[in-house]
Design a protein around this ligand. Sequence first.
Ligand SMILES: [Fe+2]
Length: 220
Amino acid sequence: LKRLTKKALNTVLQDSFKQDVEKAQHLQEVVPQPMDGHPPVHPPISMDAHDEMLPDDAEEVDKEHDVDNDGMGFDETPIEEALLNDICSMQVLYQQVKFFHWIATGENYIASHRFFDEVAEAILNQIDLLAERLVFLGINPIAEMEEIADRSYVEFTQMDNAFKFDGAISIIDEALEKVIDNLKNNVMKAGDSKNIGTEKMLQDFVYDLEVLQHHIRSFK
Ligand SMILES: [Fe+2]
């Protein structure tokens, strides 16, 4: 009985060993084993495969996202601060346009005097909406003159000598461009932080200011 048991046990062990050897051989066929004892090396990813992993325009999108309107790198100003800078800049722009409304002279006086007032009124309306939005977001809007001047990225430009219509139009156009660019950045920031109401308001501002900009450029 002992002999029989031993024989049966050997048969079982041999079968098990055979199965293990077969398994090992199968694995060697699937995963090539290095001959020098180093860990297996994965086949290198070809450049073609790497390119397939990234969309063609991925690099372009990153570049776009990393460059602010000054082209000096990604603007990391928190949206709350950026909106305060916008409201200050818009107040300076409002004063600038109103100033031209007041000092306008020349043969197109009535047309330019009225036009500057319409532009000023549109900007003032946006200032009001933005201020109230800031309050809704728990941020105090800025109305203090010194802080407005400190924060504004729009600089007030004097026109000491005789009023020049083309000069006034260029000054407003340039300032509007800065405001529109900054608002566009803030549309993206608001969207990123799911601040949808602010995002929608700023999108409307951008659209309306671009219409104004078109009128201003057509006036030249
Ligand atoms: Fe007036």
